[in-house]
Write a protein that binds this ligand. Structure first.
Ligand code: SAM
Length: 249
């Protein structure tokens, strides 16, 4: 499925822009899965507005003005989780570090609904949720505003001709690098050896340094880690997690 379709009428796309003003951006993931349970519909209807990080979408922020992180989180440091899936890691981080504000971006609505249920159960007060493509968020985050970013089991795109769809490419890493503070930490977890290769090639090109000094540094999970749904699946299927930590130079 793609949100960047060429047809100008039904989809609201003109040649290279969505009518909302968004640039033409391919998106190959899923927006919806199986039918949401009634309580999940309620979470989406009631909680997304309260948890909004501010004007991120092109329709409400066509000039791409930076969002106001101070009014969102006060003086807290800000973390970003890209593609939080079911949200277990995001909520774990929020509860472990109440002094940090964390923004999650995820276009898959079923995952967003799962996260909202977990936020209700945790009562965490330091979370903002953008139910959409992280590239929209990267447009409007102030420069050098993010202290920590998490990219956990990004879509692997195993076929060679699809490698350019991976997150660890120029169109994602350049804006990510811009919004990261000096010395900010960027964590990438993946179970795909070729994704490790591409990450280690591409991320340092965008102003990050890989912090591993010995194999244990990428083999062992981070000390504040909680295994995600995707990781559980990878382990069941015999794949090996890699935990890569970068520092913004
Ligand atoms: C393989 S899943 C991993 C989910 C979760 N991080 C975990 O470890 O269980 C990859 C996630 O990235 C999300 N994703 C894909 N493209 C994205 C984008 N452009 N912006 C934000 N999230 C995206 C997908 O919807 C999906 O939930």
């Amino acid at each position: 499925m793609a949100c960047g379709l060429h047809a100008p009428t039904k989809t609201g796309m003109t040649q290279d822009r969505h009518l909302s003003g968004a640039p033409w951006r391919n998106f190959y993931g899923r927006f919806r899965g199986k039918t949401l349970r009634p309580n999940q519909e309620t979470y989406l209807a009631e909680d997304l507005v309260k948890l909004s990080p501010g004007p991120v979408g092109w329709d409400i922020n066509p000039d791409r003005k930076p969002i106001d992180l101070k009014s969102l989180f006060g003086d807290r440091e800000v973390a970003l989780e890209i593609g939080f899936g079911g949200g277990e890691h995001l909520v774990h981080q929020a509860v472990s570090y109440p002094q940090v504000g964390i923004i999650g971006c995820e276009p898959f609505l079923n995952g967003v609904a799962m996260l909202l249920g977990k936020i209700r159960a945790s009562e965490a007060q330091n979370i903002a949720v953008y139910p959409g493509d992280v590239r929209n968020m990267l447009d409007v985050l102030p420069e050098a505003s993010i202290s920590r970013a998490f990219l956990l089991y990004p879509d692997p795109w195993p076929k060679k001709r699809h490698h350019r769809r991976r997150f660890v490419t120029e169109s994602y890493l350049r804006p990510l690098s811009k919004v990261m503070k000096k010395n900010a930490i960027f964590r990438v977890a993946t179970d795909i050896p070729d994704y490790v290769r591409q990450t280690l090639e591409e991320v340092p090109r965008h102003g990050f340094s890989w912090l591993a000094e010995r194999p244990a540094d990428w083999r062992a999970p981070w000390q504040d880690w909680i295994s995600t749904r995707y990781e559980q699946k990878a382990l069941r299927e015999g794949r090996v997690p890699h935990y890569l930590t970068f520092r913004k130079l």
